[in-house]
Design a protein around this ligand. Structure first.
Ligand SMILES: [Fe+2]
Ligand SMILES: [Fe+2]
Length: 193
């Protein structure tokens, strides 16, 4: 049976299965529910959970290399379920939320959520790296598998996050702020390096 590897440097099918599951477990672990849930927002959250759950089982199947058509099945799900969900949000949810974000001055908070996810993954990776110093055998294999899954997750988030900063924030920053204001921001950022 031909296996399709989407993760560079992966080992056995067991490793691949583990990695797919880990990425989504972590996404769930840092997701938070608001205290003021309405019937509609609850429905949207539940739909997200369904999408995640379906995605998890399809990624797990693909990582495990159990069927030749797992990639096709995953693609079919993404095309028929995830993309229409995104289109619906673009056309209806986002226009409804945009003025609210501006009103509440929260338009950068989605980027802060990215930072929160990245920090969570870095923490976990640190814990694994420490454990790997003394681990051996099956425990070592499991830890390495988790590390690979986390590395892939951080890479995917980082690519998207940097693209958003460079495509949306920096053009506004360049256009609307004076050289002095830009320098002051840079100086502030350098204090944290
Ligand atoms: Fe969504
Ligand atoms: Fe950032």
């Amino acid at each position: 049976m031909r296996r399709i590897s989407v993760l560079a440097g992966t080992g056995s099918s067991v490793h691949r299965r583990g990695e797919g599951a880990i990425i989504l477990e972590n996404v769930r672990a840092v997701s938070k529910k608001g205290p003021e849930m309405t019937e509609v927002s609850d429905a949207i959250r539940r739909h997200h959970q369904e999408l995640l759950s379906e995605m998890e089982s399809r990624v797990t199947a693909l990582m495990g290399g159990e069927h030749d058509d797992d990639a096709q099945r995953l693609h079919g799900f993404l095309e028929s379920e995830l993309l229409p969900h995104a289109t619906g949000e673009e056309l209806h949810l986002y226009p409804a939320v945009e003025p609210l974000l501006a009103k509440e001055a929260k338009s950068t908070s989605t980027m802060s959520v990215d930072h929160e996810f990245i920090a969570t993954y870095i923490d976990e990776l640190g814990t694994i790296a420490k454990a790997l110093k003394v681990a051996s055998g099956a425990e070592r294999e499991a830890l390495e598998s988790r590390a690979k899954g986390l590395a892939q997750a951080v890479l995917a988030i980082l690519k998207l996050h940097l693209e958003k900063e460079e495509r949306i924030y920096l053009p506004l920053f360049e256009k609307e702020l004076s050289d002095e204001e830009q320098q002051a921001v840079l100086a502030g950022m350098h204090q944290h390096l």
